[in-house]
Design a protein around this ligand. Structure first.
Ligand SMILES: [Fe+2]
Ligand SMILES: [Fe+2]
Length: 386
């Protein structure tokens, strides 16, 4: 698998993402978190709320997805083992020991780096902060999904999509609830929203076109979340988090499938200029998510200047591999929507430069979503046992 890092630069990039060098650290670090010292964040926007008088349920796959969603609701307060004792330091230590080499500390030569004097204590603390940061971004991202899907209920034209999106609003409320509770009860509180995640969600909300809410949230943000949840679900030895992620993923797979189903026909009828705009939006989202995973707030918390450490972090092979894996759902879904190859294959070129094109033939989420159904699987197992 390639872990080629992008070398993109130039005026086109400047117009798309506001900086002419993709790895321009000063520009990356200059973005401020939307929750920086503020109790609330306001995003001004204008959009049309759309009523339909056509109540006929004409989109069979989406109608099926809606029925499935109604039968797959779970209760975040009673369906998870909240009485589990969580020793976060032990979880981090297990993660260190599970990786190749099975030891604490750097998997590189730390001489001459800010890590040179670090012992087990600092590495453990980095692991704890990094975990807490990751879970915090999931929490804030879930709130982004909550407000985006509430928006979709208002703006999407078809009744099938309004019905389905309404179930997703409930799902996202539950996700915010369980991540907030996990962070508060088991991890000692949350980090503020990462600046780049905030920028991306603001961009999605500022756009008045309903399909852009879908593309930004359902395809890009949720596609990445589904891959990230899958990775952590597989890695973690903590039983409460494992169950929480298993149930959240069971919902998220439906959400991404909804995005693919909702956009497929619409995009097949757009002209090249309209598609190119969607490709650019998808690319911009991909870069924001890549910037986000530099987790600049964690380095500052550890007393290391992000400016000093990020050039090294960007070169770390494990990080590159993990980061590219996060696109394993996004790329096949973009392909299914025709976004990779339309408009002269502009997005294919960009995803190749980002080092993530290798996922294009992986199964798309509209096909695989039912394999994630943990909630009904557990109910059937319980019924069979009783
Ligand atoms: Fe969610
Ligand atoms: Fe979701």
């Amino acid at each position: 698998m390639t872990t080629t890092e992008p070398t993109m630069s130039g005026p086109e990039l400047e117009a798309l993402i506001g900086r002419s060098e993709i790895n321009d650290l000063e520009a990356i670090l200059s973005v401020v978190s939307p929750s920086d010292g503020e109790p609330e964040h306001h995003v001004p926007s204008t959009f049309d709320t759309l009523f339909t008088w056509n109540y006929e349920r004409s989109h069979a796959p989406m109608s099926r997805l809606y029925e499935k969603a109604k039968n797959s609701q779970w209760n975040g307060a009673t369906d998870l083992p909240w009485d589990t004792e969580v020793d976060i330091e032990k979880v981090v230590a297990d993660n260190f020991l599970a990786r190749a080499g099975g030891s604490f500390g750097a998997d590189f030569d730390p001489a001459g780096t800010p890590f040179a004097k670090w012992g087990d204590k600092e590495w453990l603390q980095l692991g704890v902060e990094s975990n807490r940061w990751t879970m915090s971004q999931f929490l804030h991202g879930e709130q982004g999904a909550l407000v985006c899907t509430a928006r979709i209920v208002e703006t999407v034209p078809s009744i099938d999509a309004k019905y389905y999106a309404a179930t997703q609003v409930m799902d996202e409320a539950r996700h915010v609830e369980v991540f907030a509770r996990y962070l508060h009860d088991k991890m000692g509180g949350e980090y503020q929203m990462n600046a780049h995640l905030g920028l991306l969600i603001d961009d999605i909300l500022r756009d008045s076109r309903w399909d852009m809410t879908y593309l930004g949230m359902q395809i890009m943000v949720e596609g990445l979340a589904l891959a990230a949840f899958g990775f952590i679900h597989q890695m973690t030895t903590e039983p409460l988090l494992k169950q929480l992620l298993r149930y959240v993923m069971s919902d998220e797979a439906r959400h991404v499938a909804f995005g693919v189903m909702g956009l497929k026909d619409v995009y097949s009828q757009m002209d090249a200029a309209e598609i190119r705009e969607r490709q650019e939006f998808a690319f911009e989202a991909a870069v924001r998510m890549r910037d986000r995973f530099l987790q600049q707030e964690v380095w500052e918390r550890m007393g290391i200047s992000a400016r000093d450490i990020l050039p090294m972090v960007m070169e770390n092979e494990d990080r590159k591999l993990f980061q590219s894996m996060l696109f394993s759902k996004i790329v096949p879904n973009c392909k299914k929507l025709g976004l990779l190859d339309a408009a002269d294959g502009w997005l294919r070129t960009k995803f190749t430069e980002l080092g993530v094109i290798q996922f294009e033939d992986w199964v798309d989420t509209a096909v695989e979503y039912e394999t994630f159904d943990a909630v009904n699987h557990d109910r059937e197992a319980q019924a069979a046992a009783s």
